[in-house]
Design a binder for this molecule. Structure first.
Ligand SMILES: Nc1ncnc2c1ncn2[C@@H]1O[C@H](COP(=O)(O)OP(=O)(O)OP(=O)(O)O)[C@@H](O)[C@H]1O
Ligand SMILES: [Mg+2]
Length: 504
C-alpha cells in the first residue's frame, strides 16, 4: 500500500511543485467555471422568464381579441407576404400576433383535456410563419404540468420548454411556452469555451511552470552537487584538502536555498579545520613513533652487542649471569624486530615512496619458502608455481617481507605437521599470491581484526612465539602501498591468505 502510494506520488521536489501548481490551477479554474456557468444560466433563465411572461400576456390579449385571420401575419419579417396562406396547419390566434418568436408554444386545456385545435408551436421561416400542431404525446406531457405559474417540461421531439400556465375564469387553462434550447446552447457553448481555455491554460502553465521551477531549483541543485562531491571524498585518513564550497551566488541569506548553502559552507569550514587538526596530530604521532623507533635502534644494538660479548667472553662467567645475558640478548632481538616494524609502519603511513622496479614474484617465493623450511622443520612446505615467470612492479624488500610475515604466521600459529602451500597465479592483469595452511585456523573473534595493529589471537602458541600483532598490519600496509589487496579466509583445517597485486 505504502509502496503503491510512494510510486504514485512524484518523488522530486520539482514534479511535486508542478503537480501541486497544476492541481491548484485546475481547482481554481473549475470553481470559477462552475460559478460563472451557474450565474450565466441563472441570468439567462431570468431573462427567459420575463420573455415568457410577455409572450403569455400577448397570447392572452390575442386570444381575447378573438383574432382569426388566415395564416399568421408577421409584419416586418423579411420576404413575408401577408397574403401567403401556404400554412397547412391553419392559424392560432395566440401565436399570430407581432412579437411572438420562433418556437413559441401555446396550448389550451378545457376540462382537463387539451384542445388540440387551439394548441401548436410557432415556426417562422424566411417566407412564412405558421403554427404546427402538437402530437398527442407532447400534449399529454404538457398536461402533466401541474397548476398555474412557470414550469419546465421536456417535450418529445421539441426539447426542454419553459411554460407559463394560467387558469381562466371559465376554467380553461392557457399554457404559453418558450424553448429552453437557446439558453441551453448558450450555456453549453460557454462551458465548452471555458473548458478549452482551462485546458490550454493548464497546458501552458505546465510548460512554463516546469521551466520556471527548474530555473528556481537550480541553486538547490548546485548546493546538492557540492554536498555530493564532498561526500565522495575520503575523509578518514591523510590530508583531505576540503576545498569544495557552495558557490557564492547560492549563499544569499535572504533566500531559503541561500541559507542552506551558507550553513553547508560553515559546516564544511568546521569539518575542514577539524580534519586539518586531525591530520596535524596524526603527523605528529607518526613522526614521534618514527623518531622514537629510530632513536631506539642504536641503544638496542648496543644492548645486543654487549650481551653477546658477555656471553662469548672467555672469562668464566657464572651460569646464572650467562642465562640472564642470553635472555637480555633474545629480548633485545625481539625488541629490535618490534622497533623495525613500528618504523616501517610509520614510514608507510607517511606515504614514503617505495621502490618501483620489476620484481620476480616466483624468486621471492622460492627464497622465502626455503628460509621458512629451515626455520620450520616440523612443517611440510609445498609450492604451487606456474611455469612462466610472474612479475610485479614494486619494492622487492617489502614484498619479501609480506611473504615472510605470512609464512612466519603459518609456522608459528599452527602445530607441527601442518602443511603450508604457497602458490602464485597470474590472472587478467593481477597476480595472486596464496598462502594456505591446514592448521587450526584463526580464532573467530580475531578473524575480523587480523589486519589491525597489535591484533593477535591469545593462544598459548602466540604467546610462546612472542608475537606482537604487527605482522599482518605490515602485510596490509605494504600491499596497499603497492595498490593491491590482501584478504583472508579461515576455518579450522584451512586458513588461506590471498595477496593480489597488479602485474607489471
Ligand atoms: N596461519 C594462521 N593460523 C592461525 N592463526 C593465525 C594465522 N595467521 C595469523 N593468525 C592469527 O592472527 C594474529 C595476528 O597475526 P599477526 O601476524 O598480525 O601478529 P602475530 O603473528 O601475532 O605477531 P607478529 O607477526 O607481529 O610477530 C595472530 O596472533 C594469530 O592469532
Ligand atoms: Mg605474525
Amino acid at each position: 500500500m505504502n509502496s503503491l502510494r510512494s510510486r504514485l506520488t512524484p518523488q522530486s521536489l520539482r514534479s511535486r511543485l508542478l503537480v501541486t501548481t497544476i492541481a491548484l490551477l485546475l481547482g481554481v479554474g473549475l470553481v470559477i467555471g462552475v460559478v460563472t456557468t451557474i450565474a450565466l444560466r441563472h441570468t439567462l433563465n431570468g431573462q427567459l422568464n420575463t420573455q415568457l411572461e410577455e409572450a403569455a400576456g400577448r397570447s392572452q390579449r390575442l386570444v381575447a381579441g378573438d383574432f382569426r385571420g388566415g395564416g399568421v401575419p408577421r409584419p416586418g419579417l423579411p420576404g413575408f407576404d401577408a397574403d401567403d396562406t401556404a400554412c397547412a396547419t391553419g392559424s392560432l390566434p395566440a401565436l399570430g400576433g407581432p412579437g411572438q418568436v420562433d418556437g413559441t408554444l401555446y396550448a389550451q386545456f378545457v376540462g382537463g383535456r387539451v384542445d388540440l385545435a387551439d394548441t401548436g408551436v410557432l415556426e417562422i421561416s424566411a417566407t412564412q410563419a405558421c403554427s404546427s400542431p402538437l402530437t398527442g404525446a407532447q400534449a399529454a406531457q404538457l398536461r402533466s404540468v401541474a397548476g398555474d405559474g412557470q414550469h419546465t417540461v421536456d417535450l418529445d421531439g421539441l426539447g426542454d420548454y419553459r411554460v407559463s400556465a394560467t387558469t381562466r375564469a371559465d376554467g380553461s387553462v392557457a399554457v404559453t411556452g418558450l424553448p429552453l434550447d437557446g439558453v441551453n446552447r448558450t450555456v453549453l457553448s460557454v462551458i465548452a469555451v471555458e473548458a478549452g481555455a482551462l485546458l490550454v491554460g493548464v497546458a501552458a502553465a505546465a510548460v512554463l511552470g516546469s521551466v520556471l521551477i527548474r530555473r528556481d531549483l537550480l541553486p538547490l541543485r548546485r548546493v546538492a552537487a557540492t554536498a555530493g562531491r564532498v561526500s565522495e571524498l575520503q575523509l578518514d585518513r591523510g590530508d583531505v584538502g576540503l576545498e569544495d564550497r557552495v558557490p557564492l551566488q547560492d549563499t544569499d541569506e535572504n533566500t531559503e536555498v541561500g541559507r542552506v548553502g551558507l550553513a553547508l559552507n560553515r559546516m564544511l569550514d568546521h569539518v575542514s579545520s577539524a580534519l586539518e587538526a586531525r591530520h596535524a596530530s596524526e603527523l605528529q604521532v607518526r613522526q614521534f613513533v618514527a623518531d622514537a623507533s629510530h632513536e631506539l635502534r642504536t641503544p638496542l644494538a648496543a644492548i645486543r652487542g654487549y650481551s653477546e660479548l658477555t656471553r662469548r667472553s672467555r672469562d668464566a662467567v657464572p651460569p646464572d649471569v650467562l642465562h640472564a645475558m642470553g635472555r637480555v640478548e633474545s629480548e633485545a632481538v625481539r625488541m629490535t624486530g618490534l622497533v623495525e616494524d613500528l618504523l616501517l609502519l610509520a614510514r608507510l603511513d607517511a606515504g614514503r615512496p617505495l621502490e618501483r622496479r620489476p620484481v620476480d614474484l616466483t624468486m621471492i617465493v622460492l627464497d622465502a619458502v626455503s628460509d621458512a623450511q629451515v626455520a620450520g622443520r616440523d612443517h611440510t612446505w609445498r609450492l604451487d608455481l606456474p611455469d612462466e615467470v610472474v612479475e610485479v612492479v614494486g619494492d622487492q624488500g617489502r614484498l619479501h617481507q609480506v611473504l615472510t610475515n605470512l609464512l612466519a604466521n603459518a609456522r608459528t600459529h599452527t602445530p607441527p605437521g601442518t602443511t603450508v602451500t604457497v602458490g602464485i597465479r597470474a590472472e587478467g592483469g593481477a597476480a595472486h599470491l596464496d598462502v594456505v595452511d591446514d592448521g587450526p585456523g584463526i580464532p573467530p573473534q580475531t578473524l575480523p581484526h587480523v589486519f589491525e595493529r597489535f591484533a593477535r589471537g591469545d593462544s598459548s602458541r602466540s604467546r610462546e612465539a612472542g608475537s606482537t600483532g604487527l605482522g599482518l598490519a605490515i602485510v596490509d600496509a605494504v600491499v596497499a602501498s603497492h595498490h593491491g589487496a590482501v584478504s583472508v579466509q579461515s576455518t579450522p583445517g584451512r586458513t588461506a591468505f590471498r595477496v593480489t597485486l597488479p602485474t607489471a
